[in-house]
Design a binder for this molecule. Structure first.
Ligand SMILES: [Zn+2]
Length: 263
């Protein structure tokens, strides 16, 4: 029975490991998606910065165009004096005022153009930074994605090994015991077996196991279950000392056993 129990312990270990690896594998796509988030944020920021840069550039062009038009309007106005369109002093005074206003407007356009030129320069720098950041984040994501997807191979390999190991172990466990194990496994979240601590408590439900049962479990002559959580019990405390018979008198061994049962 000791051997059967050892196989069950190995089987539970392999079953739990198999579930853990399968879960890890299942989660890979969502981990890739999670890793993609910073990249999407960096790309969105780069795109917004680019839009602002382009908009500012268009404003600057429009402003340059307005300045050229204003220059033209001023020279057209000034041409009036040489073309002899102005006859009277009053007309001349009005003309001077018109030129002055047109020049004032030109000055305003020039000021606005200077501001826009600074803005375009600033946005250009921001865009270069945003582009560099997006590229860096993309490289990081590509490496992370490759790492995650690359781990599938190793997981598959270990899973295949576990499948073989589990099949071999299942074949080596008595059918009725295997059925009990499977039933418990289903109802106990994969933990069909529970160890008994050095202090005599069940490691799964933390309750104290009766000393008589602890002694039975140590001897491992029959399958014992926890009266509280019903899991199959095994000894997980210090290794049970098999005292070589020739070196110690028989009664000493008996005393030790008796001491165990009264623990
Ligand atoms: Zn228990």
């Amino acid at each position: 029975m000791k051997e059967q129990l050892e196989r069950l312990i190995a089987l539970q270990e392999a079953d739990l490991r198999q579930e853990e690896l399968a879960e890890r594998k299942r989660r890979i796509p969502e981990m890739v998606e999670a890793a993609r988030q910073p990249l999407q944020a960096a790309q969105a920021f780069r795109d917004t910065t680019k839009q602002i840069f382009e908009k500012t550039g268009k404003e600057r062009k429009a402003c340059e165009q307005a300045l050229a038009e204003q220059e033209q309007a001023i020279s057209k106005l000034q041409d009036r004096t040489t073309k002899g369109e102005i006859k009277t002093n009053r007309e001349y005074q009005a003309h001077l005022l018109e030129v002055e206003l047109a020049k004032k407007k030109r000055g305003e356009i020039e000021e606005r153009l200077l501001i826009l030129m600074d803005e375009v320069d600033a946005k250009k720098k921001e865009l270069a930074q945003a582009e560099a950041a997006a590229k860096e984040v993309e490289q990081r994501f590509t490496a992370e994605k490759a790492g995650l997807e690359g781990s599938v191979g190793a997981l598959d390999e270990e899973l295949a090994g576990l499948k073989q190991k589990r099949e071999a172990l299942r074949a080596a466990v008595e059918p009725s015991l295997l059925r009990t194990y499977e039933k418990l496994k289903g109802s106990k979240k994969g933990q069909a077996l529970a160890g008994i601590n050095k202090d005599g408590s069940c490691m799964a439900c933390r309750l104290q196991v009766q000393p008589q049962v602890v002694a039975e479990v140590k001897r491992a002559t029959a399958i014992q279950t926890c009266f509280e959580c019903h899991r199959i019990l095994y000894w997980a405390g210090d290794p049970v000392q098999i005292v070589p018979v020739p070196e110690k008198p028989a009664e000493v061994v008996e005393v030790e056993e008796a001491a165990e049962t009264t623990e």
